[in-house]
Ligand binder design. Structure first.
Ligand code: PAF
Length: 292
């Protein structure tokens, strides 16, 4: 199956593949032509942040491809798997306009066929008591699906957004430990004009929640400024937590960590420091992160 979609102003084509066999055949042909391949794994509901990942891919490879798969194993039973947005036609239009060469859109049965049983559990410093505590099965699902997507495509590079800072650390640890021959490339977070980090989940926000949501970024910025001015990281993040709670957020964490080891820091000179936050507004859980 090779559906070429002619969509959007540019009349660009993004080939769509639904089976692993055809996906491998397409990518193998590109490799034979001597092209480097960059992979952008996504769960769809694409926004400008994803487009920036495609654009970054173009700097690294002649062939830039994406995957769209809402991965059930990374959602807990009480999470938003069934209501996660799946605007497939709009996604295809965006990929075509961005110049993405091809997209792999497998079914759940293609990724997890009958009898599938293996799960990857990443250990080590990336499991730093952040989202691994609040979403205990999440990173097993992420590591497992990303390993599958990498082994299916065998790209030269794979690109992930830095907004999911801990996810990026987990993926780097998994790739290193399993010796997957791929360069993992982090891409900077894109933000709305008011500072809210772009996320597919932003579309869950009501207009009043959307108006409040940039406070997460604002509080992180205030904490970063305080740390730069000599306030202890713990005091700065406690202040950010308090500010968010008083605005009605249910805060899972606001924390100062070493940017690469993800271990807690108590003094500014233990950096480079990364601030990470996760908080719910209404029923929507948002995460954000900035460097100090
Ligand atoms: O960040 C995401 O969109 C997902 O966690 C990923 C990496 C595509 C795995 O499903």
């Amino acid at each position: 199956l090779k559906i070429a979609s002619s969509l959007g102003k540019s009349d660009a084509m993004t080939a769509v593949f639904k089976t692993v066999a055809e996906w491998r055949e397409f990518l193998g042909a590109r490799r034979k032509k001597g092209q480097r391949i960059a992979l952008v794994p996504t769960m769809g509901a694409l926004h400008e942040g994803h487009v920036s990942l495609i654009n970054l891919g173009k700097q690294h490879a002649q062939c830039v491809v994406a995957t769209i798969f809402v991965n059930p194993t990374q959602f807990a039973a009480n999470e938003d798997f069934s209501r996660y947005p799946r605007p497939f036609e709009a996604d295809l239009t965006k990929l075509a306009a961005a110049g993405c060469d091809a997209v792999f859109v497998p079914s759940v049965e293609e990724m997890y066929p009958p009898g599938d049983a293996t799960r990857i559990t990443v250990a080590g410093p990336a499991l730093a008591k952040l989202d691994d505590v609040f979403r205990p099965t999440h990173f097993d699902g992420v590591a497992t699906v990303v390993a599958k997507l990498l082994l299916q495509a065998m790209p030269d590079g794979a690109i992930f957004g830095e907004k999911d800072w801990q996810q990026l650390a987990v993926i780097r640890q998994m790739v290193r430990d399993l010796m997957v021959p791929v360069a993992i490339i982090g891409a900077p977070t894109l933000r709305a004009a008011d500072g809210l980090a772009l996320s597919s989940r932003n579309m869950y926000l009501s207009s009043s929640e959307r108006a409040k949501a940039p406070a997460i970024h604002q509080c992180l910025q205030n904490a970063a400024a305080a740390i730069r001015n000599g306030v202890a990281p713990g005091a700065a993040t406690a202040e950010a937590t308090h500010a968010l709670r008083s605005l009605g957020f249910a805060v899972d964490y606001v924390t100062a960590r070493h940017a690469t080891s993800l271990q807690p820091v108590t003094h500014a000179d233990e950096g480079p420091i990364r601030l990470l936050a996760a908080a719910k507004i209404g029923t929507t859980r948002l995460i954000d992160t900035i460097g100090v």
